[in-house]
Unconditional design. Structure first.
Length: 523
């Protein structure tokens, strides 16, 4: 059987993400702070782009058409016109291309009306005296020890050097280990291994002491000594292997070893977790007031000592939009403060129009112009998409904006996408990590979307409102006789909310609310 090569044609359809489409999706998902950072990076990388706020020319040197096009975002230009604006060897003089970039006009020799298509007048010859670099002259010929303030270059530390970076738990413990001089080399190595395997709460749960000893080649006694060494570091209670050991380390640190609190943690921690106060009194054989004081001491202990070094810092939130209440309803305002106002550099356009420019230069400028225009279009499209989505949100949630959470209506992303005329994933990206300044405070746009459940009088109510009602019922319950899931279900059903016991239990678990047995306060 002979094997011969042959050609086969096969038709198929594949979805290909072009670079421009990838950029459009990326820009849409950015919030204001991220968009500002991206624009600043593009301003550095693309010389065709410039910030109109910083590079604004004087008004008397521009025509009214140039003024109207300054800082333009190229909002609604068809793709064909954009390609024509950057693909031709010579820049055509059509109106479409004039809309794509600022017009280039020159003042007529008589100083009256501007003449379209005319070349710019020759610049006036400068005074040769002004072209002398006196700073370099004095630096070269005068005393070498003298430096004029204008020419002297002083190397200063970066601004980031003054910013305090958060200290991690690992680095904090490593610093304390470096100050321990009496530890042997093997013990210090085992201690470093223990520090490197602590979780974000400060617990050693991923390795046993036998594994630590086998890894560093030490004896079990040296591994135990290394563990006790780390447990003596700050924060107190770190490197514990369970909650009981963590609390005992802290009690030992405050001199409470052997007391009532020590007995509760070491022998009767399960009774304390179940809030069985009567069982604690019987097991300890102590008066009620002694047990109460011991419990107050235990409450002041930190069950997660490493969390203070593991938590992220405060997150900076800046609203992307604002819902402003007016006499005619709500007005949606985009927050574009401090955002660079992009515009196209006219000098590079002049470079395209010169006959002496090389092919490499022209191709580079064309590529940069195409990239700049595409970015400006994507930024404008992001703005329009967010505005349309927010208009739909305001139309549906106006009652919530006026009255609060109890009036939040159920709303699905699919419904808004159909109303706006885009895909549901587009709406999801438009509201991702973005916040709105509303009469009810600064709220994440995703908060407005929630599932619908059967509410009173056959109406649909928001899932968030239902969860909030369940939480409120639990907060107002009698701690001695907390409400069961069945009782919560019957209360909601009596108010017309169609819900099952399993659903109520799921809502309670989603809100991290303990069960009825764990909430019961035993006297």
């Amino acid at each position: 059987m002979l094997v011969q090569p042959k050609l086969q044609l096969k038709l198929s359809q594949r979805q290909i993400l072009t670079p421009s489409l990838v950029q459009m999706v990326t820009v849409l998902a950015l919030n204001k702070l991220e968009l500002k950072e991206m624009i600043n990076e593009e301003l550095v990388e693309n010389p065709v782009l410039e910030d109109g706020a910083e590079e604004e020319a004087s008004a008397e040197d521009r025509t009214s058409e140039e003024l109207s096009l300054e800082g333009e975002r190229v909002a609604d230009l068809p793709d064909r016109e954009i390609l024509e604006a950057v693909d031709g060897d010579n820049l055509p003089e059509t109106a479409a291309e004039a809309a794509a970039e600022p017009a280039i006009e020159a003042i007529s020799p008589n100083g009256q009306e501007p003449v379209a298509g005319a070349t710019e007048p020759a610049t006036e010859s400068k005074d040769p005296f002004e072209e002398i670099d006196f700073g370099s002259f004095f630096d070269e010929y005068l005393d070498p020890g003298y430096k004029s303030p204008a020419s002297e270059v002083i190397e200063r530390p970066s601004f980031e050097a003054f910013l305090a970076s958060p200290t991690s738990l690992s680095s904090h413990l490593q610093w304390q280990l470096s100050l321990t001089a009496d530890a042997s080399e093997t013990t210090a190595e085992a201690a470093q291994l223990i520090i490197g395997n602590l979780d974000e709460d400060g617990y050693l749960t991923t390795m046993s002491l036998e594994e630590v000893a086998a890894t560093v080649g030490s004896s079990p006694e040296e591994a135990e000594a290394a563990l006790h060494l780390v447990q003596g570091f700050d924060p107190i209670g770190v490197a514990a292997r369970d909650l009981r050991e963590c609390l005992l380390i802290q009690l030992r640190g405050v001199g409470a070893e052997g007391g009532v609190a020590w007995q509760i943690v070491s022998e009767h921690l399960a009774l304390l977790q179940n809030r069985d106060l009567k069982g604690l009194v019987r097991a300890l054989g102590r008066p009620q007031n002694h047990v109460d004081k011991a419990i107050e001491v235990i409450k002041k202990l930190d069950p997660r000592p490493g969390r203070r070094y593991s938590t992220e810092g405060a997150r900076l939130i800046e609203p992307d939009v604002a819902f402003v209440k007016t006499t005619d309803g709500y007005r949606i305002v985009m927050n574009e403060e401090d955002l660079p106002q992009l515009r196209l550099n006219r000098q590079y356009r002049d470079l395209l129009g010169r006959d002496g420019a090389s092919k490499e230069v022209r191709n580079y400028v064309k590529e940069r112009y195409s990239s700049a225009i595409q970015l400006m279009r994507n930024i404008e499209q992001r703005k329009q998409t967010i505005l349309r989505v927010c208009r739909s949100i305001v139309a549906r949630q106006a009652e919530f904006l006026d009255r609060g959470i109890d009036c939040l209506r159920p709303m699905m992303i699919k419904e808004v996408a159909e109303e706006v005329g885009v895909h549901a994933s587009t709406v999801s990206r438009a509201v991702a990590n973005k916040y709105a300044h509303t009469p009810q405070g600064v709220i994440e746009l995703r908060f407005f979307f929630s599932e619908a459940v059967q509410g009173p009088a056959g109406q649909m109510t928001s899932l968030l409102s239902l969860k909030r009602k369940v939480k409120k019922l639990i907060e107002e319950e009698d701690r001695a006789r907390p409400l069961t899931d069945d009782q919560l279900t019957r209360i909601l059903q009596s108010e017309g909310v169609t819900v099952t016991r399993r659903t109520v239990a799921k809502y309670r678990e989603d809100m991290s609310i303990p069960s009825t047995h764990q909430r019961r306060l035993k006297n």
